[in-house]
Design a protein around this ligand. Structure first.
Ligand SMILES: Nc1ncnc2c1ncn2[C@@H]1O[C@H](COP(=O)(O)OP(=O)(O)OP(=O)(O)O)[C@@H](O)[C@H]1O
Ligand SMILES: [Mg+2]
Length: 460
């Protein structure tokens, strides 16, 4: 694909190239024409001077003086020569190189008094002028005068070589100038494109940088900025709706949960108790989803995203394991926690807790029964810590790995079997990245999965 910039450079160069060539051709041809007109005029005046002398000499004593005639010169001519024929085409007198050949069309010369012709004599080209005249005793003569055109052609050659240099040089200069002009013209567009590349759903408050000049590019940029503004508003109102809806749902859910728990305790009938338990489990899932949606909405909003404090990460992990132990035990899964040192880092306790709770929850949910989940905390050399959460379970296929951190992404195989909303890892990734950390995953399908979180100890 040819860029617009290249097209402009090409167009400028081609148009200028055509203009230069046409201009050069016109100049060359007019110079040629003018030079030959001048040469012919000089040849004519040379012929007239010779004729006058010849007529005088013939009238005086009827013998011609070749030396005198040869000494006649004309301004602006080189290599001028002459030859005199009688009316039958026989040479009367001749100055050196001109051959004894009479005019090609003797009758034409005899009728017209002046006739021009081009001829090559030896290696040089000559312009020839035939002129007819009559002496006082009525004898008719034809005078042939010739001049070399070497000078004219040398001058035309010089002009030609000058154009051969000027045209390509002109094209190169035009190309360079067109490159810089189009670069300057496209600079504001490139700047806007660069900013546009960095605008995503997360920073819709950003706007394109507009050029100062009030031109078409600026008005295009303004239109795009207005469009981004409208998208921003639409996104904001959608996020506000999700946040408000989740918030409104949370309170009735807590009330329903409490009421059902009380009811379950009061009931003696086994079947009804089982139904209430199922309802309570659904409410638990719904509460988790509502909480995840609220967390996402808060992460998306422009409110202060992290509440940074000095926290003991080892204690936080112990807390997480304790909260998850009960659900692990349901599947007979053992959680092994390996911590060597007490480590303090700066971070948002609640949000980091939600990260590890989700990783452990996943490790339990997607593990085989009777297996174990290991959590390991270690200090890295460059003021960082690493937390690994490893399970021996379903694993994640390589094809799915790029998507698991996307919002609402859930593997197709487990979608119907294991409850979840597909928000846990998306939240975890955002929280870890807000702490300027990284979250990675390594997995072998059907065997094991390891999530590792790397966090800086203190960057704030
Ligand atoms: N330890 C794991 N082993 C196998 N698959 C996993 C594991 N952790 C995550 N996944 C896959 O990644 C998907 C996304 O996980 P994520 O935690 O974001 O959502 P979820 O667990 O399905 O739902 P939620 O966490 O919102 O309740 C999961 O649905 C699952 O397919
Ligand atoms: Mg999860």
């Amino acid at each position: 694909m040819i860029s617009i910039k290249s097209k402009i450079i090409l167009a400028y160069t081609v148009v200028f190239g055509i203009m230069l060539t046409v201009f050069a051709a016109i100049i060359y041809n007019s110079t040629k024409e003018a030079s030959f007109l001048k040469l012919n005029a000089n040849l004519k005046s040379y012929s007239i001077s010779l004729r006058t002398e010849i007529e005088d000499e013939l009238d005086d004593n009827s013998s011609l003086n070749i030396l005198k005639l040869s000494s006649i010169r004309s301004k602006g001519l080189i290599g001028e020569r002459f030859q005199l024929f009688d009316k039958n085409g026989k040479v009367v007198i001749r100055d050196s190189i001109l051959s004894k050949i009479p005019p090609a069309d003797l009758n034409k010369v005899l009728n017209e008094s002046f006739d021009y012709e081009k001829r090559k004599i030896g290696h040089h080209k000559y312009h020839i002028l035939w002129s007819k005249f009559e002496t006082e005793n009525d004898s008719v003569y034809i005078l042939e005068t010739a001049a070399s055109v070497k000078d004219v052609f040398e001058e035309l050659d010089r002009l030609f070589y000058l154009f051969v240099i000027i045209i390509p040089a002109g094209l190169i200069i035009t190309g360079i100038a067109a490159y810089f002009i189009s670069k300057a013209a496209f600079k504001p567009i490139a700047l806007m494109a660069n900013t546009a590349k960095n605008i995503s759903g997360k920073n819709l408050d950003k706007r394109l940088e507009l050029p100062k000049a009030k031109d078409e590019v600026r008005s295009f940029g303004e239109t795009l900025n207005e469009m981004i503004g409208r998208i921003d508003n639409a996104f904001k109102s959608q996020k506000r709706f999700v946040a408000n809806a989740s918030h409104e749902i949370r309170t009735p859910l807590t009330v329903i949960q409490t009421e059902l728990e009380i009811l379950e305790k009061k009931l003696n009938d086994k079947e009804s108790k089982e139904s209430i338990k199922n309802a309570l489990s659904e409410i638990e899932d719904l509460t988790r989803l509502t909480n995840s949606l609220l967390t996402i909405a808060k992460l998306d909003s422009s409110e202060t995203k992290l509440n940074i404090n000095q926290i003991r990460i080892d204690e936080l992990l112990v807390d997480c394991v304790q909260s998850m132990n009960q659900s692990a035990m349901k599947n007979n899964i053992k959680i092994k926690l390996s911590i060597n040192d007490a480590i303090e880092i700066k971070g948002d306790k609640e949000k980091l807790k939600s990260v590890f709770l989700n990783l452990i929850d996943n490790a339990i949910k997607y593990s085989f029964a009777d297996s174990s989940v290991s959590i390991k905390l270690e200090k890295l050399a460059d003021n960082k810590i690493k937390i690994n959460v490893e399970d021996t379970g379903l694993g994640i296929s390589q094809a799915e790995i790029p998507y698991i951190f996307n919002r609402f992404y859930r593997s197709n195989e487990i979608r119907s079997e294991v409850s979840g909303s597909g928000l846990g890892l998306a939240i975890a990734k955002e929280v870890v990245e807000l702490h300027r950390g990284k979250i990675n995953v390594e997995s072998k399908i059907g065997e094991r999965t390891t999530f590792s979180v790397i966090l800086p100890i203190a960057v704030y």
